[in-house]
Design a protein around this ligand. Sequence first.
Ligand SMILES: O=c1[nH]cnc2c1ncn2[C@@H]1O[C@H](CO)[C@@H](O)[C@H]1O
Ligand SMILES: [Zn+2]
Length: 348
Amino acid sequence: MNIHLNGIDISSLPKIDLHVHLDGSLRPQTVLDLAESHGVQLPTTDKHALLSHMQVNEDCSSLQDYLSKFHFTTRFLQTAIALERVAFEIVEKANRHHCKYIEIRFAPQLHRERGLYTEEVIHYVLAGLKRGEQQFGVRARGIAICMRHHDHQQNMEVIHAASKYIGKGLVAVDLAGDEASYPPELFREIFAASHRRDIPVTIHAGEAAGAANIHEAVSNLGATRIGHGVRLQEAPEIMDMMIARQIPLEMCPVSNIQTKAVSNWESYPIRDYFERGLMITVNTDNPGVSGTSMTKEYRILAERFGFTTSELGQIAMNGAHAAFLEESEKAKLKRELREEFASLGISV
Ligand SMILES: O=c1[nH]cnc2c1ncn2[C@@H]1O[C@H](CO)[C@@H](O)[C@H]1O
Ligand SMILES: [Zn+2]
């Protein structure tokens, strides 16, 4: 169904998705194909019924509950072919939703059950992104994730492997997983190592634990962007710092409600954050697990929070501004976005 805002189809607005997980983006048909090629038995071969294994429902009570969904799909992402294909399909879908630039994140250590090396995982994901970029013209970059429940050596290996791909399609490193059980201060050494190698950092923080984690991520882990950051409103002084430093928040509305970062839409602070002048961006997190798309996220912003086309344009411009791209590439992306908005009669 196409939803219009001021006569403009929301799906056709140019968009940027900076926060999308590879393993949270599988389509049922892809799972069917990969299960067959991997020799994995599925509980059902009905696409609709498969969705209930892949997606969260309204009962999702926490981030931990949400993360339990990933066990189902990880099994299918253990080969070069699978990684390349799924990365490519994310770019394909991004194109359908008029994304101009996307950053896809993945945790290399989760894709080694069948013997791939860390660097091979990165290599094949980037290969899929590149093929997608060439076919659809959507610029696509990768972010390598360290997992909170992995040990020091596993995460150091990710930083080390990532350093070899910076400038070759990989743009940053991240920390994801169970925030409530593993506070960010446990990972200072890991991100000091990424800092020594000049690798940009974004950290999932203020999603399943309080705003202090946002402060820790920025001040001690060197994050120049924050994944989610929804709970920033709990600490006014940290909020002031984030506004003053214009550190981008990668907000993911549908996912944030499902993981109970806030209890309901009425208390979702996105309009307030936008009006305070925080550098907010809007992203999908896990289109498969969350059952979302960039168009759906924009529609929610318009319908629930009254965002106008011009404000949605501003959000997309924020996405370009926050992109982990070189300055010249970023300037080009911003210019192209501005031109597209102008051709739609939208000033940003
Ligand atoms: O919103 C989130 N918060 C924290 N961790 C997440 C979120 N979404 C996905 N993952 C975790 O990141 C891993 C690699 O992509 C996924 O397997 C999942 O465990
Ligand atoms: Zn995430």
